[in-house]
Ligand binder design. Sequence first.
Ligand code: SF4
Length: 498
Amino acid sequence: MTPVQTEFNSQVTLLPHLPQIVPGEVCAQCDVCCRFPESDSFLRPYFTRDEIREAVSLGLSPALFDDPAGAQIALVNDPAGDGYHCPAFDPESAQCGIYQRRPLDCQLYPLALMWNEAGDQIVLGWDTKCPFMREARSSEIRVHRERVQQLLGEESALRVLEAHPRLIGRYQDDVVVLAPLPEVTRRVWAHQPDRRLQPLRLADAPMMAAALRASGSPVREPLAAFAFPYHYVWTTTLPHRWMEQNGVYFLFAQSPDGWFMPVPPFGAGVFVEAVREGFALMRQWNGASPVSRIENLTDSQKNGLDARTYHFSNKNPDYLYRAEALANLAGDRYKSQRALCNRVEREQPVTFESYRSPDHHQGCRSLYRRWAGQKQAARLDQMGQWLLEDAEAAHEIAWSWGERLGLLGTIAMVRDQIAAYTFGYWLTPTTYAVLFEVADRSMPGLAQALFRQTCRTALRNGAEWINAMDDAGLPGLQKAKQAYHPTTMVKSWIASAD
Ligand code: SF4
């Protein structure tokens, strides 16, 4: 099969490449693989987060995946009117257009990972739907199975399988069980300390929004963390899981040290009891580790908790501004920002427009890499370096899935090139939160002009307040945010317990 030549994204996690038992010429003659009778077939290949990024960079549309964190690909109609096929499959040549980078799910086939009939053990089997396997010698299948089993036992593969349990299919009686995989089973269970936990997916946004509304947050104290996109974009760095219990919504994130709650529990239940329950769960999963904590408690939530039971530490507060002040930049106190906006308008032919996917996707990606290079050249401190490394995957979600996340984007064009972009969301009906901002650093004033433009648009659409998030403890960012004269610093606390 023909490999696709492309720029390879070095950030994608490399898995051991699995050997293939079926010769290419046999595959080319067969019409089983990559084609499906129903559009929602449960046998559609599952792509992990990295595999989706890879497939998108190879030209597949992000719209084919209903969740960037991992999803089965959407199928397309077969041109001959005969069912459906994978969009990466070319029916004329009978070849996979991403063969060298096809997902683990496809690499495995005609072997398959599935739960055993009792549902308590993950097993490796072979699919009797593959005609080649029906003819293959058992010694040949055994040698192949041993090689694949060994590769699936490697740490990189175990990490992918524990993070993507959907790669393990349900029991199928036409798949012949070859071997149990006890280590894979152990890792998948260990990664899921409680069966009630669900991975945070795009489709979960309405449930979290409803829980936030029921708890009255974030209207009273508009912390940017009280919104789904704020957390979802960072699932690229830390796996997030949620559960709902007695009307209370709990969100957990898994760091290398253990589980913590990036936001307090939300919902209609009694807050004090929900916090107690959250800590009880984390203690159960983390033991006595100090990693157990609840982040982004508001001042009033903190004040409602017993200071003898919990310890509180300050988290960096959010900067809250009057939208009108930032849209106009009037008066002496905004003199320097106004001068910078005037300068860029004098020196560059800047125009602003709304972000559109996929038209602006590649332009934003190129700008991000240029901008990251400029920041690195300016000698970032270690913290800034880490943030930059994590951020590209989060921005990728905004470029590809921003609309479905409820993100609004604006780009600044200079000479037919994207020179700056921003994404944000409505935190409350009158508070707009700015999530990301990237501007070419070689154009002084561009970042300020884009920020003013964002505030003008938000003001026109009913914003009274702009939340510019916190400063992550970075002195440069703190100075820049202070220079816009915040009206309020929205306090935020971290609670821990003995
Ligand atoms: S990704 Fe390639 S190998 Fe996998 S189903 Fe699609 S066309 Fe077939």
